[in-house]
Design a protein around this ligand. Structure first.
Ligand code: NAD
Length: 343
């Protein structure tokens, strides 16, 4: 295994990271992956059950902000690149406690960058080895009805989560400018799919509907997000990691702009078909009858949408999943999981 190119994945027990590891090891068995994850409330090794026994996968339970630990990973493994997912990721939690977001997302990213720089400089390979920062379209701020964010859009984060992610990106860029590190950044729109934590919009809608509780939708429900199926994102990341140019940012979108209420109704319609038995237990005709508007999130960004022409044109990537297919697969996955737990 020491001969295999070795990527350090951070946050690989979370939603996108675990989907990425599973995808990547299927596509690229010539690689070895080392996954460092702190296993916060958001991460679980169960997300990696499919691949956990593969000889070219290693798990390290630890914090990316732990300098000694991160340094030791670079001496224990021949790390040829980093793909950095680890982060505190939930906007509502960042509004409750911003400091934790700075520690994980800003300090954590800095510790990783320094460890990578020191290790690769010592080996004389600093300009070759890649540091890929996983970012979000939320760094760009909020849009009105028209226009899209492109890679030149100035950062204008509006909540502590997106501010910490924008800060991390700036540190990553600074390591590129200052030390000539081979950095690349990809910024994607909202992901959906299997293994997302229940606190996020789509899993919450499904879980509340299945337990016949009211389905909370912020404000007027008309906030717009662009939905990207997680495996489409994983493939884009593979392309960016392998073929993206150094110091560049690549936007990754799903091409599915929907209001939150449209998403909720779509999920309810799928559940109406899949689970008529549950609905029959309550005196409701449609799962959508459970939808309840709640007080808006403070500073709630109205609309996000990314222009990903650059990624599509220069890397030849495009999403393959339609929202119709993706949301059905996602709902089915959560229904299966729910049935296992309740039966
Ligand atoms: P997630 O919350 O599901 O997973 C984050 C993972 O990071 C968890 O396994 C957690 O245990 C781990 N982690 C947190 N702090 C850590 C630390 N200090 N040290 C080590 N591990 C730590 O998040 P996600 O939705 O999978 O997002 C992954 C990345 O993608 C994040 O950087 C996020 O900003 C970015 N992103 C997410 C979305 C989305 O829609 N989910 C969209 C664009 C970008």
């Amino acid at each position: 295994n020491n001969q295999k190119p070795t990527i350090l994945i951070t946050g690989g027990a979370g939603f996108i990271g675990s989907n990425f590891i599973t995808y990547f090891l299927q596509e690229h068995s010539e690689y070895q992956l080392v996954n460092i994850d702190k296993l916060t409330y958001a991460g679980s090794t169960e997300n990696l059950n499919e691949i956990k026994d593969l000889p070219n996968y290693h798990f390290i339970n630890g914090d990316i902000a732990d300098e000694q630990l991160v340094k030791s990973i670079f001496s224990d493994f021949p790390i040829s690149g980093v793909i950095h997912f680890a982060a505190e990721s939930h906007v509502d939690r960042s509004i409750q406690d911003a400091k934790q977001f700075v520690e994980a997302n800003v300090v954590g990213t800095t510790v990783l960058l320094q460890a990578a720089r020191n290790a690769w400089e010592r080996l004389g390979v600093l300009h070759e080895r890649r540091f890929h920062q996983i970012s979000t379209d939320e760094i760009y701020g909020s849009l009105d009805e028209t226009g899209k964010f492109n890679e030149q859009t100035p950062y204008n984060p509006r909540n502590p989560y997106s501010a910490s992610k924008a800060s991390a990106n700036l540190l990553v860029k600074s390591f590129g400018y200052t030390y000539g590190m081979n950095i690349v950044i990809s910024s994607s729109s909202n992901n959906y799919g299997p293994r997302q934590h229940e606190e996020k919009l789509i899993p919450t809608i499904i879980a509340k509907a299945l337990s016949l509780e009211s389905i909370p939708i912020y404000g007027d429900g008309k906030n717009i997000r662009d939905w990207l199926y997680v495996t489409d994102h994983c493939q884009a990341l593979d392309f960016v990691y392998h073929h993206g140019n150094t110091m560049e940012t690549y936007n990754i979108g799903g091409g599915n702009e929907l209001t939150n209420i449209e998403v909720a109704i779509k999920i309810c319609q799928i559940l109406d078909q899949l689970k008529p038995d549950i609905k029959a237990r309550a005196s409701i005709e449609y799962f959508a009858d459970l939808i309840t508007y709640t007080e808006d999130r403070p500073g709630h960004d109205r609309r996000y949408a990314v222009d990903d022409t650059k990624t599509r044109k220069t890397l030849g990537w495009k999403p393959v999943m339609t929202f119709e297919q993706g949301i059905r697969q996602t709902v089915e996955w959560y229904v299966n999981k729910w049935e296992k737990v309740t039966h």
